[in-house]
Design a protein around this ligand. Structure first.
Ligand SMILES: *Cc1c(COP(=O)(O)O)cnc(C)c1O
Length: 494
């Protein structure tokens, strides 16, 4: 399996190469040259396997230059029961929805699903590619990626990682998760700005020849842990296939019959993985793209116009506070090809807007439905799901549950619905507690305790442990200082 850029000017790359480098030389994102197909026999073959074994089988279809043994060892280590409990991606029932809980990993965010295995794939890729330099990973995060990447890469040999997050855009718990990260090869900085500022700066540095020379002089090269890296996307395909197996196993769907999927969406990585699973042949009907008040994707699917010239809202679902959904580029490539994709990305960069024609919009609409959920409805949904179904959810999951229910109400489509649940409610205890109508104490950890008391659900141990950890990183910088920070960290002797 070979990979090419969505913008057409970098191609025939191996999986190891694209995982190592993250982004294509022409600024595009790597995509596989063909999508492997799966059939009922393949799905049947997975049903009795563990999550790690399912991951090995699915990843081997895409990462053909990794051996089955390598993928098996990486998956077993990444999805071990010590890290995840018995089931890495269990499905809970809440009302009519089947909630695919993707946050039972070490940082209580769905990004662990990819970021526990990706460092192992990167380590292997350095040898496979004969790379002599070490990797410097730059991460722009709206909260969850940063911690999940830090946890995945901490003390991985031949890798160092620098994380940037918007200083006012993440919850106090998320901030503490990053600020207390251990490991000799990690660095964390808050920036004065929003997530798009951080992401744009990181993308610019990735493609800057000058920055590449600078890190090269320190024996390093840039790599990415954001979902622009295919090494993030591929492991996310696994859990949709795994969920289908579990839905069949529990009798919630008949083998071969479709399920719908709703995904709370920010950078469009998670829902793109579901789309790819569908392209592979997994029986998926509609993909409901759920957004918060930053509903740029809702508008795109409804009008064909993607216009980032709009107000940016800071919400209680901060991982979805995004106006440039990077992975939409991959969907545009699949729908329209590299040349058209490149020109749309140029319009976005130069004018802040692009549009697709009505035929394309209609074609996308056969797979995707764009819906969004206001802040008020997010709060109300958290409260209602607990009251009606005893199900405690985080604000991102609440956005998805609201949109899933709205979709069913508007369409009358009663295909079994799987809703991706992307974070533990205890990562956002303040918002969740206030949605439940509780008094909200000033301190986040007191919110955790209050929430435990009301709900009877215990907070994940990794979050409770934060309270007694020492803060290692408290630097806040201007956007203009991001380049300087990268240089300082690259020059640092570890
Ligand atoms: C990252 C994240 C999302 C958005 O996922 P994308 O792949 O960026 O669309 C949603 N919810 C949570 C909790 C996240 O951390």
């Amino acid at each position: 399996m070979l990979y090419s850029s969505t913008r057409g000017n970098d191609g025939a790359r191996s999986a190891a190469y694209i995982i190592k480098n993250g982004i294509a030389a022409d600024g595009g994102l790597f995509v596989p040259d063909s999508i492997p197909s799966i059939d009922e026999g393949f799905i049947n073959g997975l049903t009795d396997l563990s999550y790690a074994e399912r991951a090995e089988k699915v990843l081997s279809l895409f990462l053909t230059d990794y051996t089955a043994e390598e993928l098996r060892a990486a998956a077993e280590a990444a999805y071990s029961s010590e890290r995840w409990g018995d089931n890495a991606a269990p499905i809970a029932k809440a009302g009519n929805n089947n909630v695919l809980e993707l946050w039972h990993g070490p940082t209580s965010a769905f990004k662990d699903m990819a970021l526990q295995i990706m460092p192992r794939l990167l380590s292997l890729s350095l040898d496979k590619c004969g790379e002599e330099k070490d990797a410097l990973i730059l991460v722009a995060t709206s909260g969850d990626t940063g911690k999940a990447a830090l946890a995945g890469y901490a003390d991985v040999p031949r890798v160092r990682i620098q994380v940037f997050y918007p200083s006012e855009g993440v919850s106090a718990i998320q901030k503490l998760q990053m600020a207390t990260q251990e490991g000799g090869n990690v660095s964390v900085c808050a920036i004065k700005g929003n997530f798009d500022d951080a992401q744009s700066a990181v993308k610019r540095i990735f493609t800057s020849a000058e920055a590449a020379r600078m890190v090269d002089s320190h024996g390093l090269f840039f790599s990415s842990a954001n979902s622009i890296n295919w090494g993030r996307l591929a492991p996310q395909i696994v859990y949709y296939i795994s969920a289908y197996c579990d839905m069949v196993k529990s009798g919630a769907v008949k083998m071969g019959a479709p399920m719908n999927v709703t995904v709370p969406t920010g950078n469009f990585g998670n829902i793109l993985a579901a789309y790819i699973a569908k392209q592979m042949g997994l029986p998926i009907g509609k993909l409901v793209c759920a957004s918060n008040s930053n509903n740029i994707l809702t508008d795109f699917f409804n009008t064909g116009v993607y216009d980032r010239r709009r107000p940016f809202y800071t919400t209680i679902s901060p991982s979805m506070d995004i106006l440039i959904s990077s992975n939409l580029e991959r969907l545009l490539y699949f729908a329209l090809g590299a040349e058209k994709c490149r020109s749309l990305m140029e319009s976005l960069r130069d004018d802040g807007v692009f549009s697709v024609d009505e035929d394309t919009r209609k074609a996308l609409g056969s797979d995707f439905v764009g819906l969004h959920c206001s802040e008020d409805d997010t709060y109300a949904t958290i409260g209602r799901y607990f009251k009606d179904y005893g199900y405690l959810c985080d604000p991102h999951t609440a956005v998805a549950l609201y949109c899933a229910d709205l979709y069913v109400k508007e369409s009358g489509d009663t295909t079994p619905m799987v809703v991706a649940s992307t974070a533990s409610p205890y990562k956002f205890p303040r918002a969740v507690l206030s949605a439940m109508g509780g008094d909200v104490p000033a301190e986040d950890f007191d919110c955790v305790a209050a929430l435990e008391a009301i709900s009877g659900v215990t907070a994940p141990a990794n979050l409770s442990a934060l309270r007694s950890k020492a803060v290692r990183f408290d630097k806040v910088i201007d956007k203009a200082e991001i380049d300087g920070q990268v240089e300082e960290f690259a020059a640092k002797a570890l």
